[in-house]
Ligand binder design. Structure first.
Ligand code: NAD
Length: 490
Protein backbone atom coordinates (compact mmCIF):
# COMPACT_ATOMS: atom_id res chain seq x y z
CA UNK A 1 0.00 0.00 0.00
CA UNK A 2 1.54 3.24 -1.06
CA UNK A 3 0.83 6.48 0.73
CA UNK A 4 -1.97 7.20 -1.71
CA UNK A 5 -3.88 4.04 -0.89
CA UNK A 6 -4.00 4.74 2.84
CA UNK A 7 -7.50 6.15 3.47
CA UNK A 8 -7.60 9.92 3.25
CA UNK A 9 -10.38 9.99 5.82
CA UNK A 10 -10.62 7.67 8.81
CA UNK A 11 -13.91 7.07 10.57
CA UNK A 12 -15.43 5.29 13.54
CA UNK A 13 -16.51 1.68 13.13
CA UNK A 14 -20.00 1.29 14.55
CA UNK A 15 -22.70 -1.17 13.48
CA UNK A 16 -20.24 -2.72 11.05
CA UNK A 17 -19.86 0.49 9.08
CA UNK A 18 -17.46 3.38 8.85
CA UNK A 19 -19.28 6.37 10.34
CA UNK A 20 -18.30 10.02 10.41
CA UNK A 21 -18.84 12.15 13.49
CA UNK A 22 -21.37 14.88 13.38
CA UNK A 23 -20.75 17.89 13.05
CA UNK A 24 -17.80 16.61 11.05
CA UNK A 25 -14.58 17.86 12.63
CA UNK A 26 -11.33 16.13 11.75
CA UNK A 27 -7.93 15.66 13.41
CA UNK A 28 -4.84 15.43 11.19
CA UNK A 29 -2.77 12.27 11.16
CA UNK A 30 0.82 13.06 10.20
CA UNK A 31 3.19 10.49 8.76
CA UNK A 32 6.09 10.45 11.26
CA UNK A 33 8.58 9.48 8.55
CA UNK A 34 8.11 12.59 6.42
CA UNK A 35 6.01 15.05 8.43
CA UNK A 36 3.33 15.07 5.74
CA UNK A 37 -0.41 14.82 6.25
CA UNK A 38 -1.30 11.14 5.92
CA UNK A 39 -5.00 11.30 6.67
CA UNK A 40 -7.79 13.10 8.50
CA UNK A 41 -9.46 11.39 11.45
CA UNK A 42 -13.06 11.99 12.37
CA UNK A 43 -13.16 13.69 15.77
CA UNK A 44 -15.43 11.68 18.04
CA UNK A 45 -17.78 13.17 20.57
CA UNK A 46 -20.35 12.14 23.18
CA UNK A 47 -22.95 11.26 20.56
CA UNK A 48 -20.62 8.75 18.92
CA UNK A 49 -19.85 7.23 22.31
CA UNK A 50 -23.54 6.93 23.05
CA UNK A 51 -24.14 5.29 19.68
CA UNK A 52 -21.33 2.74 20.10
CA UNK A 53 -22.23 1.90 23.71
CA UNK A 54 -25.90 1.48 22.81
CA UNK A 55 -24.95 -1.02 20.11
CA UNK A 56 -22.63 -2.88 22.45
CA UNK A 57 -25.30 -3.07 25.13
CA UNK A 58 -27.96 -4.21 22.69
CA UNK A 59 -25.77 -7.01 21.34
CA UNK A 60 -24.49 -8.26 24.67
CA UNK A 61 -27.08 -10.99 25.23
CA UNK A 62 -26.63 -12.41 21.73
CA UNK A 63 -22.85 -12.58 22.10
CA UNK A 64 -22.97 -13.89 25.69
CA UNK A 65 -25.28 -16.69 24.55
CA UNK A 66 -23.13 -17.64 21.58
CA UNK A 67 -21.32 -20.83 22.67
CA UNK A 68 -17.74 -20.04 23.55
CA UNK A 69 -16.42 -22.50 20.97
CA UNK A 70 -18.32 -20.63 18.27
CA UNK A 71 -16.86 -17.38 19.55
CA UNK A 72 -13.41 -18.95 19.52
CA UNK A 73 -13.90 -20.19 15.96
CA UNK A 74 -14.59 -16.65 14.78
CA UNK A 75 -11.41 -15.49 16.51
CA UNK A 76 -9.47 -18.34 14.89
CA UNK A 77 -10.81 -17.31 11.50
CA UNK A 78 -9.79 -13.70 12.20
CA UNK A 79 -6.27 -14.92 13.05
CA UNK A 80 -6.09 -16.86 9.79
CA UNK A 81 -7.12 -13.71 7.93
CA UNK A 82 -4.48 -11.72 9.81
CA UNK A 83 -1.90 -14.16 8.52
CA UNK A 84 -3.27 -14.12 4.98
CA UNK A 85 -3.41 -10.34 4.85
CA UNK A 86 -0.24 -9.70 6.79
CA UNK A 87 1.28 -7.61 4.00
CA UNK A 88 -1.73 -5.32 3.92
CA UNK A 89 -1.81 -4.56 7.65
CA UNK A 90 1.99 -4.34 7.85
CA UNK A 91 1.87 -1.53 5.27
CA UNK A 92 -0.73 0.31 7.32
CA UNK A 93 1.35 -0.04 10.50
CA UNK A 94 4.46 1.01 8.57
CA UNK A 95 2.77 4.21 7.35
CA UNK A 96 1.22 5.06 10.69
CA UNK A 97 4.33 4.54 12.79
CA UNK A 98 7.32 4.77 10.45
CA UNK A 99 8.63 1.39 11.64
CA UNK A 100 10.00 -0.88 8.91
CA UNK A 101 7.68 -3.25 7.07
CA UNK A 102 9.81 -6.11 8.42
CA UNK A 103 9.09 -5.05 12.01
CA UNK A 104 5.42 -4.46 11.21
CA UNK A 105 5.18 -7.97 9.75
CA UNK A 106 6.72 -9.47 12.87
CA UNK A 107 4.23 -7.56 14.98
CA UNK A 108 1.37 -8.81 12.79
CA UNK A 109 2.54 -12.41 13.12
CA UNK A 110 2.61 -11.96 16.90
CA UNK A 111 -0.95 -10.60 16.83
CA UNK A 112 -2.14 -13.63 14.82
CA UNK A 113 -0.39 -16.03 17.22
CA UNK A 114 -2.14 -14.34 20.09
CA UNK A 115 -5.47 -14.85 18.32
CA UNK A 116 -4.72 -18.56 17.85
CA UNK A 117 -3.80 -18.86 21.52
CA UNK A 118 -7.12 -17.38 22.65
CA UNK A 119 -9.08 -19.36 20.08
CA UNK A 120 -7.56 -22.48 21.66
CA UNK A 121 -8.58 -21.25 25.10
CA UNK A 122 -12.19 -21.48 23.95
CA UNK A 123 -11.90 -25.25 24.35
CA UNK A 124 -10.15 -24.93 27.73
CA UNK A 125 -12.25 -22.32 29.39
CA UNK A 126 -11.75 -23.95 32.75
CA UNK A 127 -13.48 -22.99 35.92
CA UNK A 128 -13.10 -25.01 39.12
CA UNK A 129 -15.02 -27.79 40.78
CA UNK A 130 -14.30 -27.97 44.46
CA UNK A 131 -15.53 -29.37 47.75
CA UNK A 132 -18.24 -28.16 50.07
CA UNK A 133 -18.46 -28.52 53.86
CA UNK A 134 -22.21 -29.04 53.65
CA UNK A 135 -23.42 -32.58 52.89
CA UNK A 136 -24.94 -33.22 49.48
CA UNK A 137 -23.78 -29.92 48.09
CA UNK A 138 -21.45 -29.46 45.17
CA UNK A 139 -19.46 -26.27 44.62
CA UNK A 140 -17.92 -24.81 41.51
CA UNK A 141 -16.59 -21.58 40.10
CA UNK A 142 -17.57 -20.58 36.58
CA UNK A 143 -16.65 -17.64 34.36
CA UNK A 144 -19.22 -15.18 33.06
CA UNK A 145 -18.83 -12.22 30.68
CA UNK A 146 -18.32 -8.87 32.41
CA UNK A 147 -20.39 -6.87 29.93
CA UNK A 148 -19.50 -3.87 27.78
CA UNK A 149 -15.75 -3.30 27.68
CA UNK A 150 -13.90 -0.08 26.88
CA UNK A 151 -10.43 -0.84 25.52
CA UNK A 152 -8.02 2.10 25.32
CA UNK A 153 -4.72 1.50 23.59
CA UNK A 154 -1.43 3.29 22.85
CA UNK A 155 0.24 3.78 19.49
CA UNK A 156 3.54 1.95 19.77
CA UNK A 157 2.74 -1.54 18.45
CA UNK A 158 -0.68 -0.89 16.95
CA UNK A 159 -1.83 -4.26 15.65
CA UNK A 160 -0.38 -6.09 18.65
CA UNK A 161 -2.06 -3.65 21.03
CA UNK A 162 -5.42 -4.19 19.33
CA UNK A 163 -4.97 -7.99 19.47
CA UNK A 164 -3.85 -8.12 23.13
CA UNK A 165 -7.11 -6.67 24.35
CA UNK A 166 -9.66 -7.57 21.67
CA UNK A 167 -9.09 -11.33 21.46
CA UNK A 168 -9.45 -12.16 25.19
CA UNK A 169 -12.30 -9.72 25.80
CA UNK A 170 -14.32 -11.10 22.87
CA UNK A 171 -13.55 -14.71 23.76
CA UNK A 172 -14.97 -14.17 27.24
CA UNK A 173 -18.29 -13.07 25.74
CA UNK A 174 -18.03 -9.32 26.19
CA UNK A 175 -18.96 -6.67 23.68
CA UNK A 176 -16.20 -4.22 22.92
CA UNK A 177 -15.62 -0.56 22.21
CA UNK A 178 -12.04 0.14 21.32
CA UNK A 179 -10.76 3.70 21.53
CA UNK A 180 -8.10 4.07 18.84
CA UNK A 181 -4.96 6.09 19.38
CA UNK A 182 -5.01 9.17 17.12
CA UNK A 183 -1.45 8.27 16.12
CA UNK A 184 -2.50 4.88 14.75
CA UNK A 185 -6.16 5.35 13.86
CA UNK A 186 -6.70 3.01 10.93
CA UNK A 187 -5.19 -0.20 12.33
CA UNK A 188 -8.20 -0.98 14.60
CA UNK A 189 -10.69 -0.18 11.83
CA UNK A 190 -8.85 -2.58 9.52
CA UNK A 191 -8.97 -5.17 12.33
CA UNK A 192 -12.73 -4.59 12.77
CA UNK A 193 -13.19 -5.38 9.07
CA UNK A 194 -11.23 -8.59 9.57
CA UNK A 195 -13.50 -9.56 12.46
CA UNK A 196 -16.53 -8.91 10.28
CA UNK A 197 -15.07 -11.03 7.48
CA UNK A 198 -14.36 -13.76 10.03
CA UNK A 199 -18.05 -13.84 10.96
CA UNK A 200 -18.33 -11.59 14.02
CA UNK A 201 -21.93 -10.39 14.19
CA UNK A 202 -22.70 -6.69 13.84
CA UNK A 203 -22.39 -4.32 16.80
CA UNK A 204 -20.17 -6.51 18.96
CA UNK A 205 -16.93 -4.71 18.17
CA UNK A 206 -16.81 -0.95 17.63
CA UNK A 207 -13.95 1.49 17.15
CA UNK A 208 -14.07 5.11 18.24
CA UNK A 209 -11.75 7.79 16.91
CA UNK A 210 -10.85 11.07 18.51
CA UNK A 211 -8.99 12.79 21.27
CA UNK A 212 -8.45 11.06 24.58
CA UNK A 213 -9.78 13.97 26.58
CA UNK A 214 -12.96 14.10 24.51
CA UNK A 215 -14.05 10.69 23.29
CA UNK A 216 -12.01 8.85 25.94
CA UNK A 217 -13.54 10.84 28.76
CA UNK A 218 -17.07 10.40 27.43
CA UNK A 219 -16.50 6.67 27.22
CA UNK A 220 -15.27 6.49 30.80
CA UNK A 221 -18.23 8.51 32.04
CA UNK A 222 -20.78 6.22 30.40
CA UNK A 223 -22.32 4.15 33.19
CA UNK A 224 -23.09 1.29 30.82
CA UNK A 225 -19.36 0.50 30.58
CA UNK A 226 -18.58 -2.42 32.89
CA UNK A 227 -14.84 -2.81 32.32
CA UNK A 228 -11.99 -0.53 31.28
CA UNK A 229 -8.73 -1.93 29.98
CA UNK A 230 -6.09 0.73 29.46
CA UNK A 231 -2.55 0.54 28.17
CA UNK A 232 -0.66 3.80 27.98
CA UNK A 233 1.22 6.34 30.03
CA UNK A 234 1.21 6.55 33.80
CA UNK A 235 -0.21 10.06 33.58
CA UNK A 236 -3.27 9.02 31.55
CA UNK A 237 -3.65 5.85 33.63
CA UNK A 238 -3.90 7.93 36.78
CA UNK A 239 -6.58 10.16 35.23
CA UNK A 240 -8.56 7.11 34.14
CA UNK A 241 -8.31 5.47 37.56
CA UNK A 242 -9.64 8.64 39.19
CA UNK A 243 -12.43 8.95 36.68
CA UNK A 244 -13.84 5.46 37.16
CA UNK A 245 -13.04 4.89 40.83
CA UNK A 246 -16.46 5.98 42.12
CA UNK A 247 -18.20 3.38 39.94
CA UNK A 248 -16.06 0.35 40.91
CA UNK A 249 -15.61 -0.50 37.26
CA UNK A 250 -13.30 -3.43 36.62
CA UNK A 251 -10.04 -1.74 35.64
CA UNK A 252 -6.76 -2.88 34.13
CA UNK A 253 -3.88 -0.42 33.88
CA UNK A 254 -0.75 -1.38 31.95
CA UNK A 255 1.52 1.64 32.21
CA UNK A 256 5.07 2.79 31.67
CA UNK A 257 8.50 1.60 32.67
CA UNK A 258 12.04 2.78 33.31
CA UNK A 259 13.53 -0.63 32.95
CA UNK A 260 16.91 -1.62 34.38
CA UNK A 261 19.32 -3.75 32.37
CA UNK A 262 22.07 -4.98 34.69
CA UNK A 263 25.46 -6.08 33.36
CA UNK A 264 27.65 -7.90 35.89
CA UNK A 265 31.44 -8.27 35.73
CA UNK A 266 31.19 -11.94 34.71
CA UNK A 267 28.72 -11.37 31.84
CA UNK A 268 29.36 -12.20 28.21
CA UNK A 269 29.88 -8.56 27.29
CA UNK A 270 29.47 -9.04 23.57
CA UNK A 271 26.07 -10.68 23.93
CA UNK A 272 25.03 -8.32 26.73
CA UNK A 273 25.87 -5.25 24.64
CA UNK A 274 23.95 -6.66 21.64
CA UNK A 275 20.89 -7.20 23.82
CA UNK A 276 21.28 -3.82 25.52
CA UNK A 277 21.31 -2.09 22.13
CA UNK A 278 18.27 -3.92 20.77
CA UNK A 279 16.41 -3.55 24.09
CA UNK A 280 17.05 0.19 24.18
CA UNK A 281 16.63 1.16 20.55
CA UNK A 282 14.28 -1.22 18.75
CA UNK A 283 11.01 0.45 17.78
CA UNK A 284 12.95 3.70 18.36
CA UNK A 285 12.77 3.03 22.10
CA UNK A 286 8.99 3.32 22.01
CA UNK A 287 8.43 0.22 24.07
CA UNK A 288 7.18 0.12 27.62
CA UNK A 289 9.77 -2.62 28.13
CA UNK A 290 12.69 -0.70 26.67
CA UNK A 291 16.03 -0.88 28.51
CA UNK A 292 16.23 2.75 29.54
CA UNK A 293 18.66 2.35 32.46
CA UNK A 294 21.77 0.26 31.81
CA UNK A 295 23.42 -0.58 35.11
CA UNK A 296 27.03 -1.76 34.79
CA UNK A 297 29.63 -3.02 37.31
CA UNK A 298 32.47 -0.48 37.65
CA UNK A 299 35.23 -2.99 36.84
CA UNK A 300 33.90 -3.48 33.30
CA UNK A 301 32.16 -0.13 32.91
CA UNK A 302 34.64 1.56 30.55
CA UNK A 303 35.00 -1.53 28.37
CA UNK A 304 31.24 -2.04 28.15
CA UNK A 305 30.62 1.65 27.49
CA UNK A 306 33.05 1.55 24.54
CA UNK A 307 31.34 -1.53 23.12
CA UNK A 308 27.91 0.04 23.49
CA UNK A 309 28.94 3.29 21.80
CA UNK A 310 30.52 1.37 18.90
CA UNK A 311 27.35 -0.69 18.42
CA UNK A 312 25.11 2.37 18.70
CA UNK A 313 27.22 4.08 16.02
CA UNK A 314 26.47 1.18 13.68
CA UNK A 315 22.72 1.46 14.08
CA UNK A 316 20.95 2.53 10.93
CA UNK A 317 18.11 4.99 11.29
CA UNK A 318 15.36 4.93 8.67
CA UNK A 319 12.18 3.23 7.62
CA UNK A 320 13.47 0.48 5.36
CA UNK A 321 13.90 -3.18 6.27
CA UNK A 322 17.67 -2.78 6.48
CA UNK A 323 17.33 -0.03 9.10
CA UNK A 324 17.32 -0.64 12.83
CA UNK A 325 15.04 2.12 14.07
CA UNK A 326 12.59 4.61 12.65
CA UNK A 327 11.15 7.94 13.79
CA UNK A 328 9.31 8.72 17.00
CA UNK A 329 5.57 8.93 16.56
CA UNK A 330 4.84 12.66 16.39
CA UNK A 331 6.32 16.12 16.70
CA UNK A 332 5.06 16.62 20.25
CA UNK A 333 6.85 13.48 21.38
CA UNK A 334 10.00 14.51 19.48
CA UNK A 335 10.04 17.90 21.20
CA UNK A 336 9.36 16.37 24.61
CA UNK A 337 12.41 14.14 24.25
CA UNK A 338 14.68 16.90 22.90
CA UNK A 339 13.61 19.29 25.69
CA UNK A 340 14.30 16.64 28.33
CA UNK A 341 17.77 16.10 26.84
CA UNK A 342 18.53 19.84 26.87
CA UNK A 343 17.44 20.10 30.47
CA UNK A 344 19.53 17.03 31.37
CA UNK A 345 22.62 18.63 29.80
CA UNK A 346 22.08 21.72 31.96
CA UNK A 347 21.98 19.43 35.00
CA UNK A 348 25.40 17.96 34.08
CA UNK A 349 24.30 14.85 32.21
CA UNK A 350 26.80 13.86 29.53
CA UNK A 351 25.59 12.79 26.10
CA UNK A 352 27.96 10.04 24.96
CA UNK A 353 26.36 9.62 21.55
CA UNK A 354 23.34 11.08 19.74
CA UNK A 355 21.10 13.53 21.56
CA UNK A 356 19.85 15.39 18.50
CA UNK A 357 17.20 15.38 15.80
CA UNK A 358 18.26 14.12 12.37
CA UNK A 359 17.45 16.78 9.80
CA UNK A 360 19.50 16.07 6.71
CA UNK A 361 18.32 14.48 3.46
CA UNK A 362 15.67 11.81 3.90
CA UNK A 363 15.27 12.78 7.57
CA UNK A 364 14.47 16.40 6.82
CA UNK A 365 10.80 16.54 7.74
CA UNK A 366 10.43 13.32 9.74
CA UNK A 367 10.64 12.90 13.52
CA UNK A 368 13.96 11.07 13.75
CA UNK A 369 16.23 11.16 16.80
CA UNK A 370 19.75 9.82 16.70
CA UNK A 371 20.21 6.85 19.10
CA UNK A 372 21.27 8.45 22.35
CA UNK A 373 23.31 7.17 25.29
CA UNK A 374 23.66 9.26 28.43
CA UNK A 375 26.15 9.21 31.27
CA UNK A 376 26.28 10.96 34.67
CA UNK A 377 22.55 10.67 35.17
CA UNK A 378 22.08 10.70 38.93
CA UNK A 379 18.99 9.59 40.81
CA UNK A 380 18.32 13.29 41.36
CA UNK A 381 18.33 14.15 37.64
CA UNK A 382 14.88 14.92 36.26
CA UNK A 383 15.50 12.48 33.44
CA UNK A 384 16.43 9.58 35.77
CA UNK A 385 12.94 8.23 36.44
CA UNK A 386 11.16 9.92 33.55
CA UNK A 387 9.94 7.59 30.81
CA UNK A 388 11.00 9.29 27.57
CA UNK A 389 9.60 6.67 25.19
CA UNK A 390 12.25 7.33 22.58
CA UNK A 391 15.71 6.12 21.50
CA UNK A 392 17.43 7.24 24.69
CA UNK A 393 19.12 5.19 27.38
CA UNK A 394 21.46 5.99 30.24
CA UNK A 395 24.53 4.23 31.61
CA UNK A 396 24.95 3.86 35.37
CA UNK A 397 28.10 2.68 37.16
CA UNK A 398 27.76 0.51 40.28
CA UNK A 399 30.35 -1.08 42.59
CA UNK A 400 28.83 -4.52 42.98
CA UNK A 401 25.73 -6.73 42.84
CA UNK A 402 24.15 -5.22 45.94
CA UNK A 403 24.44 -1.71 44.55
CA UNK A 404 23.16 -2.89 41.15
CA UNK A 405 19.96 -4.33 42.62
CA UNK A 406 19.43 -1.25 44.79
CA UNK A 407 19.77 1.06 41.79
CA UNK A 408 17.65 -1.19 39.59
CA UNK A 409 14.89 -0.95 42.20
CA UNK A 410 15.33 2.78 42.64
CA UNK A 411 12.44 3.73 40.36
CA UNK A 412 8.78 4.47 40.76
CA UNK A 413 8.20 1.93 37.97
CA UNK A 414 8.58 -1.86 37.99
CA UNK A 415 7.74 -3.25 34.59
CA UNK A 416 10.60 -5.28 33.09
CA UNK A 417 14.21 -5.93 34.04
CA UNK A 418 17.22 -7.87 32.81
CA UNK A 419 20.42 -9.23 34.29
CA UNK A 420 23.49 -10.48 32.45
CA UNK A 421 25.69 -12.81 34.45
CA UNK A 422 26.89 -16.40 34.47
CA UNK A 423 26.63 -16.68 38.22
CA UNK A 424 23.58 -18.68 39.27
CA UNK A 425 23.63 -17.17 42.75
CA UNK A 426 23.36 -13.69 41.28
CA UNK A 427 20.59 -14.85 38.97
CA UNK A 428 18.56 -16.31 41.83
CA UNK A 429 19.10 -13.31 44.11
CA UNK A 430 18.13 -10.95 41.28
CA UNK A 431 14.90 -12.84 40.61
CA UNK A 432 14.16 -12.79 44.33
CA UNK A 433 14.84 -9.11 44.92
CA UNK A 434 14.04 -7.23 41.73
CA UNK A 435 10.81 -5.25 41.83
CA UNK A 436 9.53 -5.94 38.35
CA UNK A 437 6.72 -7.81 36.66
CA UNK A 438 9.11 -9.37 34.15
CA UNK A 439 12.70 -10.58 34.60
CA UNK A 440 14.95 -11.59 31.73
CA UNK A 441 18.14 -13.50 32.42
CA UNK A 442 20.93 -13.15 29.84
CA UNK A 443 18.47 -11.88 27.26
CA UNK A 444 16.64 -8.78 26.06
CA UNK A 445 13.82 -6.91 27.80
CA UNK A 446 11.47 -7.66 24.91
CA UNK A 447 9.91 -10.82 23.49
CA UNK A 448 6.67 -11.36 25.37
CA UNK A 449 4.67 -14.40 24.26
CA UNK A 450 0.90 -14.96 23.98
CA UNK A 451 0.67 -17.52 26.78
CA UNK A 452 2.71 -15.54 29.31
CA UNK A 453 1.33 -12.72 31.42
CA UNK A 454 2.93 -9.31 31.05
CA UNK A 455 2.58 -6.36 33.41
CA UNK A 456 4.30 -4.50 36.17
CA UNK A 457 4.44 -3.60 39.83
CA UNK A 458 4.62 -0.18 41.51
CA UNK A 459 3.55 2.65 39.16
CA UNK A 460 3.72 0.39 36.09
CA UNK A 461 0.19 -0.84 36.58
CA UNK A 462 -2.50 -1.88 38.99
CA UNK A 463 -1.55 -5.55 39.16
CA UNK A 464 -3.63 -7.02 36.34
CA UNK A 465 -1.93 -9.04 33.63
CA UNK A 466 -2.37 -9.48 29.88
CA UNK A 467 -2.14 -11.72 27.85
CA UNK A 468 -1.98 -15.41 28.91
CA UNK A 469 -4.79 -17.19 30.69
CA UNK A 470 -4.41 -14.51 33.38
CA UNK A 471 -6.17 -12.05 31.05
CA UNK A 472 -9.20 -14.36 31.02
CA UNK A 473 -9.59 -13.75 34.75
CA UNK A 474 -9.78 -10.03 34.11
CA UNK A 475 -12.22 -10.23 31.20
CA UNK A 476 -14.52 -12.62 33.09
CA UNK A 477 -16.55 -12.31 36.25
CA UNK A 478 -16.20 -15.30 38.54
CA UNK A 479 -19.41 -16.89 39.76
CA UNK A 480 -19.41 -19.33 42.66
CA UNK A 481 -22.17 -21.90 42.29
CA UNK A 482 -23.51 -24.15 45.06
CA UNK A 483 -25.87 -26.97 44.12
CA UNK A 484 -27.62 -28.75 46.96
CA UNK A 485 -29.46 -31.96 46.33
CA UNK A 486 -31.54 -34.40 48.29
CA UNK A 487 -30.44 -38.03 47.93
CA UNK A 488 -33.73 -39.28 49.45
CA UNK A 489 -35.75 -37.62 46.68
CA UNK A 490 -34.39 -39.54 43.70
P1 NAD B 1 -1.10 7.86 26.23
O1 NAD B 1 -1.34 7.64 27.67
O2 NAD B 1 -0.79 9.23 25.78
O3 NAD B 1 -2.37 7.40 25.36
C1 NAD B 1 -2.87 6.09 25.42
C2 NAD B 1 -4.33 6.10 24.98
O4 NAD B 1 -5.10 6.82 25.94
C3 NAD B 1 -4.58 6.79 23.63
O5 NAD B 1 -5.54 6.04 22.91
C4 NAD B 1 -5.15 8.12 24.05
O6 NAD B 1 -5.99 8.69 23.07
C5 NAD B 1 -5.94 7.75 25.28
N1 NAD B 1 -6.21 8.87 26.20
C6 NAD B 1 -5.45 9.97 26.42
N2 NAD B 1 -6.03 10.75 27.35
C7 NAD B 1 -7.17 10.12 27.75
C8 NAD B 1 -8.19 10.43 28.68
N3 NAD B 1 -8.17 11.54 29.42
N4 NAD B 1 -9.20 9.56 28.84
C9 NAD B 1 -9.24 8.41 28.11
N5 NAD B 1 -8.30 8.07 27.20
C10 NAD B 1 -7.28 8.92 27.02
O7 NAD B 1 0.07 6.83 25.81
P2 NAD B 1 0.81 6.70 24.41
O8 NAD B 1 1.71 7.86 24.22
O9 NAD B 1 -0.16 6.37 23.33
O10 NAD B 1 1.69 5.38 24.65
C11 NAD B 1 2.88 5.39 25.33
C12 NAD B 1 2.72 4.90 26.75
O11 NAD B 1 2.14 3.60 26.76
C13 NAD B 1 4.06 4.73 27.46
O12 NAD B 1 3.95 5.24 28.76
C14 NAD B 1 4.26 3.23 27.49
O13 NAD B 1 5.09 2.78 28.52
C15 NAD B 1 2.87 2.75 27.64
N6 NAD B 1 2.74 1.34 27.22
C16 NAD B 1 2.60 0.40 28.20
C17 NAD B 1 2.52 -0.95 27.85
C18 NAD B 1 2.35 -2.00 28.92
O14 NAD B 1 1.97 -3.12 28.58
N7 NAD B 1 2.61 -1.72 30.18
C19 NAD B 1 2.58 -1.32 26.52
C20 NAD B 1 2.72 -0.33 25.55
C21 NAD B 1 2.80 1.00 25.91
Amino acid sequence: MADKTYPKKIYHWIEDREIESSPGDFIPKINPADGRLLSQITRGNEKDVDNAVSQAEKKLTEWKNTPIISRANILRQASILLQKKRDEIAQIVHLETGKSVKDALAETDGAAELGFFYAGEGRRFYGKVTSSAMPDRSAMIIRKPVGVCALIIPFNTPIANVAWKSFPSLLCGNTVILKASSDTPYTPVWFAKILKEAGLPEGIFSVLQGKGVEVGNALLEDERINLVSFTGSEETGRLIAQKVSSRFVKLSLELGGKNPFVVCDDADLDKASDFAISSAFSNAGQRCASASRIVVFSSIYEKFKKMLIEKAKNLKVGISDSDNLGPVINEKQLNKILTALQQAKKEGVKILIGGYRLTEGKFKKGFFISPTILENVTVKSDIYDCELFGPVTSLHKVRDFKEAVALANNSSYGLTSAIHTNNNNRIQEFIKNIQAGVVSVNGPTYGSEPHLPFGGVKQSGNGTREPGIEALDFYSDMQTVYVKHDPSAV
